[in-house]
Design a protein around this ligand. Structure first.
Ligand code: NAP
Ligand code: GCO
Length: 265
C-alpha cells in the first residue's frame, strides 16, 4: 500500500533547533508518522521547554544541548545520541538565525555569524551523520532553505547568501551520496508565522497591520502567512520511503509566492 511508504516507524529523526517554531512542527509531524524524535537546541532552558511541549503532545522526545556551529560538540553529541538512542536515519537541518541589517551597515562579524549557523552548521551536521548512514545503507537529510534561496530583499544579505548556499549544498550532498541511498532535499518555507518573523507582523500603533505583513499577503496567492503545521506533510514525505527517488530537490512550501507577481495594489 502506497501509504505504508510514508510511515516512519523504526526510524530515528534528529531535528536541530527543534524546541519550537518550524523545527518543532516538523518533529511533531515525523513523530506522528512513527519516528523517534531527537532534537537539540542551544541551551538547556530551550531543550527543557521543548521536552515539556513534546510531552504535552504525547511525544517521548530526546533532547540534547549543543551549538550546531561547534564541530567538536556536534561530533561528541552525535556519538552520544547513537549510543543512547540509536543511529540517525533522518537529519533535519532546521536551526537558523537571521539578522536584518542593511548590507552596507552590517559588520563582517554579523555576516559571518549568520553564515555560520545557516550554512556551515548544516555542513557540520551532515558530515557528522553521513558515515553511519552509509554503513546503514540509507539516510535522509532535509535542509530548511527559504524564499531567500531564490530571491533577495533589503537587509537580509547574509541570510540570502547562506540559504542560497544551502540550496547548492543540498544538491551537492545529493550528488556525492546518492549512490549510498542517501537522499538530501530541501524544504523552502514561504513566510511562516514564528518568532523569527514576529517583527514583520507586529501591529502598528494605530492597530493596522505591519506594512510587511500587508506586502506578504499581497504577494501570496494563498493570501495568508504559513503556519509551522503547513510544513509537516512535506517533511514526512521527504523523510519517508515515498521520496526515495527524489534527490537534490528544494520543495517550496510557500503558498505560491514564487509563482506569483503579486496582487495589484
Ligand atoms: P526560530 O523561531 O528562530 O527558531 C530557530 C531555532 O533554532 C530556535 O530554537 C533557535 O534557538 C535554534 N538555534 C539558533 N541557533 C542555533 C545554534 N547555533 N545551535 C542550535 N540551535 C540554534 O526560527 P523558525 O522561524 O522556526 O525557522 C526555523 C528554520 O526555518 C530556520 O532555518 C529559518 O531560517 C527557516 N525559515 C523560516 C521561515 C519563516 O518564515 N519563519 C521561512 C523560511 C525558512 P534560539 O531560540 O536560541 O535562537
Ligand atoms: C525576512 C524573513 C524571511 C523568512 C523566510 C522566507 O526577513 O524576509 O525572515 O527571510 O524568514 O526565510 O522564506
Amino acid at each position: 500500500m502506497i501509504l505504508d511508504s510514508y510511515k516512519l516507524d523504526g526510524k530515528i529523526a534528529l531535528v536541530t533547533g527543534g524546541s519550537y517554531g518550524i523545527g518543532y512542527a516538523i518533529a511533531k509531524g515525523l513523530a506522528e508518522a512513527g519516528a523517534t524524535i531527537v532534537f537539540n537546541d542551544i541551551n538547556q532552558e530551550l531543550v527543557d521547554k521543548g521536552l515539556a511541549a513534546y510531552k504535552e503532545d504525547g511525544i517521548n522526545a530526546h533532547g540534547y544541548v549543543f551549538d550546531v556551529t561547534d564541530e567538536n560538540a556536534v561530533a561528541e553529541c552525535i556519538a552520544k545520541i547513537e549510543k543512547e538512542v540509536g543511529v540517525i536515519d533522518i537529519l533535519v537541518n532546521n536551526a537558523g538565525i537571521i539578522k536584518r541589517i542593511p548590507m552596507h551597515e552590517m559588520s563582517a562579524e554579523d555576516f559571518r555569524k549568520v553564515i555560520d549557523v545557516d550554512l556551515n552548521a548544516p555542513f557540520i551536521m551532515a558530515k557528522a551523520v553521513i558515515p553511519s548512514m552509509i554503513k546503514k545503507g540509507h539516510g535522509k537529510i532535509i535542509n530548511i532553505c527559504s524564499m531567500m534561496s531564490e530571491l533577495g530583499r533589503e537587509t537580509v544579505s547574509a541570510y540570502a547568501a547562506a540559504k542560497g548556499g544551502l540550496k547548492m549544498l543540498t544538491r551537492n550532498i545529493c550528488s556525492e551520496y546518492g549512490e549510498h541511498n542517501i537522499q538530501c532535499n530541501g524544504i523552502g518555507p514561504g513566510y511562516i508565522a514564528t518568532p523569527q518573523t514576529a517583527p514583520l507582523r507586529e501591529k502598528q500603533p494605530d492597530g493596522s497591520r505591519h506594512p510587511f505583513d500587508q506586502f506578504i499577503i499581497a504577494k501570496t496567492p494563498a493570501a495568508r502567512w504559513g503556519e509551522p503545521a503547513d510544513l509537516m506533510g512535506p517533511a514526512v514525505f521527504l523523510a519517508s520511503d515515498a521520496s526515495n527517488f527524489v534527490n537534490g530537490h528544494v520543495l517550496y512550501v510557500d503558498g505560491g509566492i514564487l509563482a506569483y507577481i503579486g496582487k495589484q495594489p
